[in-house]
Design a protein around this ligand. Sequence first.
Ligand SMILES: [Zn+2]
Length: 121
Amino acid sequence: MARGDRVCVIDGTKYRYCPDCNHGNPNETWRYLYCSENCRNIYKTVEKWCGKKITSDEAKEALDGYVLPSSDKLQKSIKKNIDQIMASATVEHKVLDNKDDNITEKPKKTTMRRRKIVNDD
Ligand SMILES: [Zn+2]
């Protein structure tokens, strides 16, 4: 493996990152381990969950916001954790219900006149 060749710890993607050449971007040292910010976020979420800083539900919700690599690409150790998160989470995939937001104007109240109820019995 040539110097600078990396394998992403999340999805096994081969990429190039050389910390020696990247001194101009000190904020991107995470690229030493992850091929993308997406993979980095997945790892961070799993790490927090492993450290019991977030619940399975919170982890699942966070993971829903990222692009999960296909299970054949996902590295085994991470996959194991994600499988556990998904299995123990109790929340369903969030279905956004924006119906209430759409109703900004209330329909004008029609004055209901009392009608005499005629019993046809
Ligand atoms: Zn990756």
